[in-house]
Design a protein around this ligand. Structure first.
Ligand SMILES: CC(C)(COP(=O)(O)OP(=O)(O)OC[C@H]1O[C@@H](n2cnc3c(N)ncnc32)[C@H](O)[C@@H]1OP(=O)(O)O)[C@@H](O)C(=O)NCCC(=O)NCCS
Length: 164
């Protein structure tokens, strides 16, 4: 998906992207999600534990759709990462701190929604961070549940019906 005027395109991730994907996730979580981890080293470490090149390779090779916002003019090139599972769950949506509020997450979410519609999924769910709750509401997601574990870093489950 080419987004004229935005300076980036949304495309499927490829194996050579894996290291950069992990780096974007780590920066986004560390720098933007302070409201969720409160800069608590233990919570942050547990959140970052699987954000590695190796894990990203597994995601890329797996059954889901891993999408990246790619800006050829930017160094490093990747501005954001999103991932959807075929059962209708969005499990990643992270923007690089340097590209915040430039439409990256919105573009990733729209592309993931297109992916779901293409594979026949019409109801999508995700676990939102505190950080992104307002964003998901503005994209039409509605809170459907509260976390079972109060210590869980994700604040709540959000869902949305997609209309093909
Ligand atoms: C909140 C966040 C998800 C928004 O994504 P983004 O790529 O920075 O922002 P986008 O430009 O795509 O999104 C636009 C929306 O963000 C919000 N937004 C935009 N500019 C904003 C600003 N200056 N201040 C606060 N919110 C703003 C609005 O809701 C806006 O929607 P609108 O354009 O309909 O008004 C992102 O900044 C963030 O903090 N990500 C951290 C990672 C995370 O928590 N991911 C979710 C995992 S479940």
């Amino acid at each position: 998906m080419n987004l004229a005027g935005t300076g980036f395109e949304i495309r499927p991730a490829e194996r050579p992207d894996a290291a950069e994907i992990a780096a974007v996730l780590r920066r986004s979580i560390t720098e933007l999600c302070g409201a969720d981890h409160n800069n608590d080293p233990k919570r942050l470490a547990s959140w970052l534990r699987n954000k590695t090149e190796e894990t990203a390779l597994g995601w890329i090779d797996g059954p889901g759709s891993v999408l990246v916002a790619d800006s050829p003019e930017n160094h490093p090139r990747l501005l954001g990462v999103g991932m959807g599972l075929p059962e209708g769950e969005i499990v990643l949506n992270y923007v690089d701190p340097g590209a915040r509020y430039q439409g990256v997450s919105k573009a990733l979410m729209r592309a993931l929604e297109c992916y779901f519609i293409k594979i026949g999924v019409t109801r999508v769910r995700l676990r939102s961070t505190f950080t992104a709750e307002r964003f998901y509401r503005s994209m039409g997601y509605v809170q459907s549940d509260i976390p079972i574990d109060p210590a869980d870093r994700a604040s709540a489950i959000f869902e949305k019906d997609l209309h093909p």
